[in-house]
Design a protein around this ligand. Structure first.
Ligand SMILES: NC(=O)c1ccc[n+]([C@@H]2O[C@H](COP(=O)([O-])OP(=O)(O)OC[C@H]3O[C@@H](n4cnc5c(N)ncnc54)[C@H](O)[C@@H]3O)[C@@H](O)[C@H]2O)c1
Ligand SMILES: O=P(O)(O)OC[C@@H](O)[C@@H](O)[C@H](O)[C@H](O)CO
Length: 391
C-alpha cells in the first residue's frame, strides 16, 4: 500500500530469529511484502538485527545464490514486552520457529497481546507455528488459551486462527564471520492448513495453503526427519561427524533406504499416495542429504533425543502405525534403540536420557521415554536391538 509517497508494509511478527526464522520464514515474508519483526531472547542477536536492519542468505548448491533480506527489526521479549504487545495488536500475521519445547514459554505473551488486540482490532489474524511436529499451531493455541481470560476467549475464537503447518528446508548450525548470514539449501516447502485459518488467507510466496495438511506433515516428518534421524543416530555410532559424510557410507545409505521402505509403506497405505510419486520424494530427500555444499553436523540432526523418542514424533509414531497396519518396523526399531544410546554430552536431552538409562536400565528407559508398552510387539523389537548396547 502506498500513502503520501511512502510504502506501508504489512506487519509480520516472527518468534525465533534463528536458522529457520532468518533462513526461511523471514525471507519468504519479506519477499511477500511484509516488514518482519523478529522476537527473540538472545540479546546480542536482537541488537545486531536492529543495528543492521538487513541480512544475507546464501543458498548453497550447484548454483549458489545470495539473497539480501531487508525490512527486518527485532524485539527482545524478555526486556521489551510492551513493544511486543503493541506489535501483536497491529500484526497481519504471526509465525514461530523456536523449537517445539519452547512454545509453552511464548504462549503467555501471545495471550497478553491477543487479549489487548481483540478489544480494539477486529481484523482476523493467523498464528502459524513452523516447528517439526504434528499439530504445532494447535499445541501453541492450547497453551495460549490457558492464559486467556474468559472474556477474551470468544473473541479470540472468532478472530484468531492457529493453522497447523509443515516446513521443510535444511539449515545447519553455523558460525559465520558475518553475524546474521545464514547458509541454507535450495529446497524449501511450507504447507499450511487452510481449513484452520481465519479471514481471507494471505498470499505468501513459497507458502501453499492445503486442505489435507496431515498427509503433508506426516510425509515430511516421516520421510525427511525420520530419515535424517536414522542417518544421524547410526552415523554417531560410527564416529561420523556430518550428514554428507554419512551419505558416503554405503551401509548407512542402505539402512536409511530400508527405513524409508517402512515409512513409505505406512504412508502409501494410509494416504493413498502414488508409490512412484512417493519414491521420487524419497529420492529428492536422499539427494538433499548428500548435498556436498552443506555441512550439517550429526549432533544437530540427532539433537533432543527425548523429544525425538516421543510417542508422536518421527520414530515411534510411524513404527506404531506400521504395527497397526500389521507390518514389522525392524529398521525403525533399530533407530529407536540407537536414539536411546545417543550419549553426546553436549546435548541436554541426551544427558538426561543417559542418566535415566544408567539408573533404570534400557528397558525401563524405553517405556519411560516412548510410552511403548512392555511386552508389545514394538517393545520386543526394540528390546532385541538394545542387546547390542549392553555388551
Ligand atoms: N534447521 C532446520 O533445518 C529446520 C528445518 C525445518 C524446521 N525446523 C524447526 O524450526 C524450529 C527452529 O529450529 P532452528 O534450527 O531455526 O533453531 P535455532 O536454534 O537456530 O533458532 C531458534 C531461535 O529461537 C530463539 N528462542 C529460544 N527461546 C525463545 C523464546 N522464549 N522466545 C523467542 N525466541 C526464542 C533462540 O534464541 C533462537 O534464535 C524447530 O522447531 C526446528 O525443528 C528446523
Ligand atoms: O529440527 P529437529 O531437531 O526437529 O530435526 C533435525 C533435522 O532433521 C531438521 O532440522 C531438518 O533439517 C529439517 O526438518 C529439514 O526441513
Amino acid at each position: 500500500m502506498e500513502m503520501g509517497g511512502s510504502i506501508i508494509m504489512k506487519q509480520a511478527i516472527h518468534f525465533g530469529a534463528g536458522n529457520i526464522g532468518r533462513g526461511f520464514i523471514g525471507e519468504l515474508l519479506v519477499q511477500s511484502g511484509y516488514e518482519v519483526t523478529f522476537v527473540d531472547v538472545n540479546d546480542e542477536l536482537v541488537k545486531t538485527i536492529n543495528e543492521k536492519k538487513a541480512y544475507n542468505i546464501k543458498i548453497v548448491g550447484d548454483e549458489p545464490q545470495t539473497v539480501h533480506v531487508e525490512h527486518v527489526k527485532a524485539i527482545n521479549s524478555n526486556t521489551n514486552l510492551e513493544d511486543l504487545l503493541t506489535a501483536i495488536v497491529k500484526a497481519d500475521i504471526i509465525t514461530t520457529a523456536i523449537g517445539p519445547n519452547i512454545l509453552k514459554f511464548i504462549a503467555p505473551n501471545i495471550a497478553k497481546g491477543l487479549e489487548r488486540r481483540v478489544k480494539v482490532n477486529e481484523t482476523p489474524l493467523n498464528v502459524i507455528a513452523c516447528e517439526n511436529m504434528v499439530g504445532g499451531s494447535t499445541v501453541l493455541k492450547n497453551f495460549v488459551y490457558e492464559h486467556l481470560s474468559d472474556e477474551a476467549k470468544p473473541l479470540v475464537d472468532k478472530l484468531i486462527g492457529f493453522p497447523d503447518a509443515a516446513v521443510d528446508r535444511i539449515v545447519p548450525l553455523q558460525h559465520n564471520e558475518e553475524p546474521l548470514l545464514v547458509q541454507v539449501e535450495p529446497y524449501c516447502e511450507w504447507d499450511v492448513n487452510r481449513t484452520q485459518a481465519k479471514g481471507e488467507v494471505p498470499e505468501i510466496k513459497g507458502l501453499t495453503w492445503v486442505d489435507n495438511l496431515q498427509a503433508y506433515i506426516e510425509r515430511k516428518l516421516f520421510t525427511v526427519n525420520t530419515g535424517h534421524a536414522s542417518i544421524a543416530y547410526m552415523a554417531y555410532q560410527k564416529g561420523i561427524k556430518d550428514i554428507y559424510s554419512a551419505m558416503q557410507d554405503p551401509e548407512i545409505v542402505a539402512f536409511v533406504r530400508k527405513v524409508w521402505g517402512e515409512t513409505g509403506s505406512m504412508l502409501i497405505e494410509k494416504y493413498g499416495f502414488d508409490p512412484a510419486v512417493h519414491q521420487k520424494y524419497v529420492e529428492t530427500t536422499e539427494k538433499r542429504f548428500a548435498n556436498p555444499h552443506l555441512s550439517d553436523e550429526v549432533t544437530r540432526v540427532a539433537r533432543g533425543p527425548k523429544r525425538k523418542l516421543g510417542a508422536k514424533d518421527r520414530l515411534v509414531s510411524p513404527a506404531t502405525q506400521l504395527i497397526e497396519q500389521g507390518k514389522t518396523p525392524s529398521a525403525l526399531a533399530k533407530v529407536i534403540a540407537a536414539a536411546l544410546h545417543f550419549d553426546y554430552e553436549g546435548d541436554k536431552e541426551a544427558v538426561e536420557v543417559q542418566a535415566y538409562v544408567k539408573e533404570h536400565g534400557y528397558e525401563e528407559a524405553l517405556t519411560h521415554f516412548t510410552g511403548i508398552e512392555k511386552g508389545s510387539k514394538l517393545y520386543n523389537l526394540v528390546e532385541a536391538e538394545l542387546q547390542v548396547y549392553k555388551k
